[in-house]
Design a protein around this ligand. Structure first.
Ligand code: ADP
Length: 441
């Protein structure tokens, strides 16, 4: 996706999200204004009436309970026995089971005394059977209630004996208050989720964009790095094809040397492309064998003979480990160690000494590459193992890198059940330590 297309997409997406949020806010404001203007008065009244009704019911039920306690000669305290559990649903805690006829007649009596002329349902909960064991529907205007089904009385989440009274025909304004809160909370939550998805998509797109830019940089750099040795080799071979060159053996040797070293550069670059293709896969195909890492270290040191000479630098091998056998892939481990030494040379001054130290810890072998180079700042240390990450000052000595080397080392270390660690101080130097499990003898 092109830079402009991404920009347009982001702009459109941002505008639509802003639009949704603005519409939502306007709608909310309108809704609340409408409610406050049109409904507020009626609602206030309805709430007042409902509160009064609820109070009357509570008093009536308290009286009912008092009478039950006096009939059953129970000395218990009445405090807090009556509770409104839900809109129009009241529950009364009692100490024992209760005869439904007694309850029904008491309820009817107290409700009519308090002028509560509403249909109601009641039910008695029995904690032994964990159910409403008896219930009835009592209509306000008729005695015969057999035709009415009473299905609404629900069991409450409550311990002990209690009976419940429900007024099925009453509307609850207080409850509608609750519901109206939900009518705006729900869309707000949905908008938030949509917004979250949008932010996540933007984050993914930006990440992909950065990765694709880095890949393009990589291809650009790599093409440049491949072109230079190819043209140098072409030039040198042209010189060598001159028949008179045989008369100048020093020049001939010189050009042969150039071809060899440029060829080596090409080999390293091709190796890098191969490393990149390894990184594209989630798992590395390891050709595992028993490897003496001291031998690998010596081979790597041998590889670096010419580059070290060119920079007037030395590589000191300090192979202290008594056990150096590991199980692993020779090519990948050699590449990983090569990357570490290559960096030490790249990011160090001319004429410096790089140390390569091996040590044993319990069942592990660590191999450290220690340099006295430019070092790495703390804030960069966190990122240097990320794919394509390069420190801005990374292009020292005109050596271009791709930000892949350390990522590859980490990938390989993990594939071998090992790890790579770094400690570094700016202008003092860095120590990269590759730790691998020892082969079981
Ligand atoms: P590259 O060297 O190709 O840029 P790497 O993944 O090997 O990529 O390294 C990432 C970055 O870490 C480099 O750009 C460099 O800034 C920093 N770095 C790596 N090794 C060293 C080192 N030995 N000394 C200082 N900086 C280093």
């Amino acid at each position: 996706m092109g830079r402009r297309a991404i920009g347009t997409l982001m702009l459109l997406a941002t505008l639509s999200v802003i639009g949704v949020v603005v519409i939502q806010l306007l709608w909310l404001r309108e809704a609340s204004r409408y409610r406050s203007e049109q409904v507020e008065l009626n609602q206030e009244q309805a709430i007042q009436l409902e509160k009064q009704f609820n109070d009357r019911v509570v008093i009536a039920l308290t009286d009912v309970t008092e009478q039950i306690l006096s009939i059953t000669k129970d000395p218990s305290d009445l405090y807090d026995a009556v509770k409104q559990e839900r809109p129009n649903y009241f529950a009364v805690t009692i100490n024992d089971t209760l005869h439904p006829y007694l309850l029904e007649s008491l309820l009817k009596k107290e409700f009519s005394r308090r002028n509560i002329q509403e249909d109601f349902e009641y039910g008695i909960y029995d904690c032994f059977t964990d159910s409403i064991v008896y219930g009835n529907y009592v209509a306000a205007d008729s005695v015969n209630t057999d035709t009415v089904e009473h299905t609404r009385l629900q069991k409450l989440d409550k311990d002990g004996h209690y009976f419940g009274v429900y007024f099925p025909n009453r509307e609850s304004t207080l409850w509608e208050e609750h519901q109206s809160a939900w009518t705006w909370i729900f869309p707000a939550v949905v908008t938030l989720i949509v917004f979250g998805f949008f932010a996540y998509s933007v984050w993914i797109i930006l990440k992909q964009k950065k990765l694709s830019e880095m890949k393009n940089d990589f291809i650009g750099n790599m093409t440049h790095e491949l072109k230079t040795p190819i043209s140098t080799i072409a030039l040198s071979s042209e010189v060598l094809s001159d028949p008179h060159i045989i008369e100048e053996p020093d020049r001939l040797r010189e050009y042969a040397k150039i071809i060899r070293s440029e060829n080596e550069r090409l080999r390293i670059q091709v190796e890098r492309v191969l490393q990149l293709s390894t990184l594209e896969k989630d798992t590395v195909d390891l050709k595992t064998e028993s490897i003496d890492l001291h031998v690998v270290a010596q081979k790597v040191a041998e590889h670096f003979r010419i580059p070290l000479q060119e920079r007037n630098a030395t590589l000191q091998l300090d192979l202290q480990a008594e056990k150096a056998m590991v199980r692993g892939d020779r090519v990948h481990l050699t590449n990983a160690l090569t990357n570490l030494v290559d960096n030490a040379l790249k990011y160090g001054p001319d004429g410096s000494t790089i140390r390569l130290v091996t040590k044993n810890d319990t069942n592990e072998l660590s191999i450290s590459v220690i340099d006295r180079g430019i070092g790495i700042r703390k804030e960069d240390l966190k990122h240097i193992f990320e794919r394509f990450y390069r420190v801005h000052t990374g292009n020292v000595h005109n050596v271009k890198g791709f930000g892949l080397g350390l990522h590859y080392v980490q990938h390989i270390a993990q594939a071998h059940g090992g790890r790579i660690q770094v400690s570094s101080e700016v202008d003092k130097g860095s120590t990269f330590t590759l730790t691998l499990p020892l082969a079981r003898s």
